[in-house]
Ligand binder design. Structure first.
Ligand code: GDP
Length: 525
């Protein structure tokens, strides 16, 4: 049952993540967006995450040095009547399954691409997760103040590399030294890069897309080229299709420069016109949960460990899916039907006092956790039992053999592994032939955190032997023959007991496919 107050609050929410390859400009654009929301960060707060090595002595140190703090994991601000939640998706060595899982908690994504480099590997990976969820994706081609690639090429790359239609909302008039501005067909105006009158950076366009006022720009060949391209695209390109945007089949593309704050506001304003408000989340038990429902529901998409080294605190990040969260409310943890009171909570709220509101669908709350929660858990208030669909598993790419340093301490070793795996910190595989434990992850940091926490929380020193990157492919158990295992692959069981091969590389996988053409191999996401 809907509730007017909740409905109004939900209508204002826009929750998204920025996906990009390291150095494309995610941090810079995030800082600009926060500024539009009136949030001035001390220079470099978002930035602090850039530093490299860290002492393994203290998890807090890892946190500090890498700047993976709770406060920068979720950023909330108000802008143009909307309440915006940006969820951080760490890159570099911080890349982990958490990064992927965060994408399960957003309603749309902003893809930032370095216009000089085009689409890079990490963007592609993150994009695929968004695509699988079918959420809208908005593209910002960044660094226009530098020489960029041919915009036509950038647009066709979206289609060729990612398989998504690009719809340019605006078009760069030059780049680098000859950057004149943006030909903005969506807003029917030219946005000047260095306007003579700073308060008036726009030149209006008429219905046919020609400059309304007599301006010397009309005779500029850089402008003429841009206009010609835009005309060509208007005639022959993909038509704007809101339905496709909604399903993540078409991405509106904006150009600009985050560093010099050019085109960012234009992007944000248009983005907010099309970005969806919080949507429904599927349940496993066929209960329909609408964001406007009175009943509070949410799921845990991320657990951040040991924020405070003196306690064993962890913070469980909850995406609110319906109802209104109130401090001290009682909820049920679906997995074990345990009743919990949510009193020790961090709300990632806009820090404007007059706007303090309770969290509704689209918002994120952080629960201090002493070990109650697991990734993917559903919590809910009241009587109706709700179980949100499980979060997907991701195909790990990096592997480590792991064992207890002290054989006398097997018990704590096993307990630690079991709990950390359950929590979703790493994935565990067992070798068919040797029984060896193998850990799988999508990023190196997951191993470092695992090792540190085993020592710190379970008093178990572990030996880790890197196995490098491998291609993990699951096999139908009915087709499995242990003889298929060879020197070029390792046959292992995953946490559910399902068999898979870890291939040395894609050649080894191809070789296998040629040898066993009837055997089906599948990857997770
Ligand atoms: P992230 O790794 O994606 O968070 O990237 P950052 O925001 O830290 O940016 C990486 C580098 O590119 C930094 O040195 C930024 O100053 C620079 N940068 C970001 N946006 C722009 C831009 O629009 N133009 C130029 N020239 N440099 C940019």
């Amino acid at each position: 049952m809907g509730n007017k107050k909740i409905e109004q609050s939900v209508d204002k929410r826009r929750t998204f993540a920025i996906i990009s390859h390291p150095d494309a400009g995610k941090t810079t654009i995030t800082e600009q967006l926060l500024l539009f929301g009136g949030i001035v960060r001390e220079a470099g707060t978002v930035k602090a995450k850039k530093s490299g090595n860290f002492a393994k002595s203290d998890w807090m140190e890892i946190e500090k040095k890498r700047g993976i703090s709770v406060t920068s994991s979720v950023m909330q601000f108000d802008y143009a009547g909307k309440r915006i939640n940006i969820l951080d998706t760490p890159g570099h060595q911080d890349f982990s399954e958490d990064t992927y899982r965060t994408l399960m908690a957003v309603d749309s994504a902003v893809m930032v691409i370095d216009a000089a480099k085009g689409i890079e590997p990490q963007t592609k990976k993150l994009f695929q997760i968004c695509k699988m969820r079918g959420i809208p994706i908005f593209t910002f081609m960044n660094k226009l103040d530098r020489d960029s690639r041919d915009p036509m090429e950038l647009i066709s790359q979206l289609e060729d590399v990612l398989g998504i239609e690009g719809y340019p909302m605006n078009w760069p008039i030059g780049s680098g030294k000859i950057l004149r501005g943006l030909y903005d067909r969506y807003n029917k105006r030219v946005e000047l890069y260095r306007p003579e009158d700073e308060n008036n950076p726009y030149l209006p366009l008429d219905e046919d897309g020609n400059l309304l006022e007599d301006n010397k720009l009309a005779d500029d060949s850089v402008y003429q080229d841009a206009k010609e391209s835009m005309d060509l695209i208007t005639e022959a390109g993909n038509p704007f299709d809101e339905e496709k945007i909604k399903n993540g089949e078409q991405t509106p593309v904006f150009f600009g420069s985050a560093l010099v704050n050019f085109g960012v506001k234009t992007f944000l304003d248009a983005y907010l016109n099309f970005a969806p408000k919080p949507g429904e989340h599927e349940t496993e038990n066929d209960v329909e949960v609408e964001p406007e429902d009175e009943q509070f529901t949410g799921f845990i998409f991320k657990i951040q460990a040991n924020m405070n080294p003196k306690h064993r605190d962890r913070i469980a990040f909850v995406r609110v899916c319906s109802g209104m969260f109130e401090r001290g409310m009682d909820v049920t943890l679906e997995r074990n039907q345990k009743k919990l009171r949510l009193s020790n909570v961090t709300e990632f709220m806009a820090n404007t006092r007059e706007n303090v509101e309770n969290a509704v669908a689209g918002d994120i709350i952080g629960l201090y956790d002493t070990g109650n929660f697991q990734i993917g858990d559903t919590i809910y208030s009241d009587k109706r039992d709700v179980k949100f669909t499980k979060l997907p598993q991701f195909t790990p790419e990096l592997f480590m053999k792991v064992s207890a340093k002290n054989v006398m301490k097997q018990k704590s070793f096993h307990k630690g592994i079991q709990q950390l795996v359950q929590e979703g910190a790493v994935q565990l595989y067992t070798s068919y032939t040797t029984g060896d434990y193998i850990l799988g992850a999508v990023g190196q940091l997951q191993f470092e955190v695992f090792q540190f926490r085993m020592q710190n929380e379970y008093n178990s020193e572990v030996v880790m032997e890197p196995m490098g990157s491998k291609t993990a492919r699951w096999i139908n158990p009915d087709q499995l023959d242990e003889k298929m295992s060879s020197s070029r692959n390792i046959l292992v069981k995953d946490g559910h007991g399902d068999p898979l091969f870890l291939f040395e590389n894609s050649f080894a996988e191809r070789w296998f496919k040629e040898k066993y053409p009837d055997v089906e191999l599948t990857s997770k996401l």
